[in-house]
Design a protein around this ligand. Structure first.
Ligand code: PLP
Length: 381
């Protein structure tokens, strides 16, 4: 049985998405900036996609800008807003994705900002009191906190942070790459300046994403060039990707609750089954608390064993795809900055299993069965 449990890394393109992309790849070749008929056709397709995404997020199409993915959208939000708003202090966390953390570390290194990383506890919970204290004293400030952590599934309360930021006149950016298409984002309810999406995390194509920029904020372009994206992002638009992304988001929204229930039940089954078969197992971050974490991600902490070094390889030869992440930082294995931030034990193996609507109970049982055999072998060895 082939089992793909690495959906936080990327997802398979949905058949409905392919269905809308393929005829366009075959038939639409105009440059959306050209004024002739093929160009106008391409432009109109892009604008329909923008409108669809804006409607789903309950915002205006003028606040959605297409990018090459989540990394570019995060860089855009951070670099451009820091420049235009004269931001001196950025409050973030040590568990951010590198698209955010490395960008902020770079900006701190070249002296543009002072970076303040919040304390996190052993389960990866943010210290909101510290955030409030820092917001009282630091200014002008930008806060960047991800909605859901891609490794350990911790969720950040966007409304709470957004309200704190508004109260203290700070800008608020959230890397929503892992929750876009998996939760409903109502931008009339969340007090926020920038959020981002990446199509390949919700069954769309790779290499396309978007940034939402709240209309209250005027920020400069991040990619300079042509007049595309209303002068905000130069470069001929990835029309096929944009259409695929809009369709993928629409599909995700149409049956979101049903998908959520299905995926959550798989995660719960995985938790119950693996605890029965490997009693010394636990779960990193909040991911084991199925109802209080990102329902697509489970980060399993496996006991010290001779098998740990070969674990992913052993899963792979049994046709199970998952992701590693360890707290170790020795030698060439850099390890996971997230697991190190929460003080995860370096002697244990961490494997992230991440689920999608296409996974099944049989796949969960198969994966837990394979893991149990690997551990039984190591105990009897
Ligand atoms: N942010 C988070 C939380 C992610 O999980 C990812 C993807 O791994 C990214 C940003 C980067 O997105 P992209 O692959 O579209 O550049």
């Amino acid at each position: 049985m082939k089992v793909y449990f690495d959906n936080a890394a990327t997802t398979a393109i949905a058949p409905e998405v392919l269905e809308v992309m393929l005829p366009l790849l075959q038939n639409v070749h105009g440059n959306p900036s050209s004024i002739h008929a093929p160009g106008r056709e391409a432009r109109s397709i892009i604008e329909k996609s923008r409108k669809k995404i804006a409607q789903l997020l309950n915002t205006s199409p003028s606040e959605i800008f297409f990018t090459s993915g989540g990394t570019e959208a995060d860089n855009f939000a951070l670099s451009s807003s820091i420049e235009s708003h004269g931001i001196r202090h950025v409050i973030s966390s040590p568990m951010e994705h590198h698209a955010v953390l490395h960008t902020l570390e770079y900006l701190a290194k070249i002296g543009k900002i002072k970076l303040h990383l919040l304390e996190v506890d052993q389960q990866g919970n943010l210290n909101y009191e510290q955030l409030e204290e820092w917001l009282k004293t630091l200014s002008p400030t930008l806060v960047s906190l991800m909605h859901a952590n891609n490794e350990i599934g911790n969720l950040c309360d966007l409304e709470k942070v957004g309200n704190l930021c508004r109260a203290h006149h700070a800008l608020f950016h959230s890397d929503t790459v892992q929750t876009m298409g998996h939760y409903r984002h109502d931008l009339q309810k969340i007090p926020i300046d920038f959020i981002v999406g990446s199509a390949h995390k919700f069954h769309g194509p790779k290499g396309v994403g978007f940034i939402y920029i709240n209309a209250q904020n005027k920020i400069p372009p991040y990619l300079h060039g042509g007049a595309q994206e209303r002068n905000m992002r130069g470069g001929t638009e990835n029309i096929y990707g944009i259409v695929g992304m809009a369709k993928a988001l629409e599909e995700a929204y149409q049956e979101m609750e049903q998908h959520q229930r299905h995926i959550l039940s798989l995660k719960k089954r995985f938790i119950t089954e693996i605890k029965t078969h490997i009693p010394d197992v636990y779960f990193n971050g909040m991911s084991g608390e199925a109802e209080n974490s990102l329902y697509t991600v489970l980060n399993v902490s496996l006991p010290p064993s001779a098998q740990n070094d070969m674990l992913l390889f052993n899963l792979d030869i049994n046709q199970i795809s998952a992701s590693a992440g360890s707290a170790c930082s020795s030698g060439s294995e850099v390890g996971s900055h997230v697991l190190r931030a929460i003080g995860a034990e370096a002697s244990r193996a961490a494997v992230r299993f991440s689920f999608s609507r296409y996974n099944t109970e049989e796949e969960v049982d198969y994966a837990v069965g394979v893991l149990s055999k690997i551990y039984a072998a190591s105990i009897s060895a």
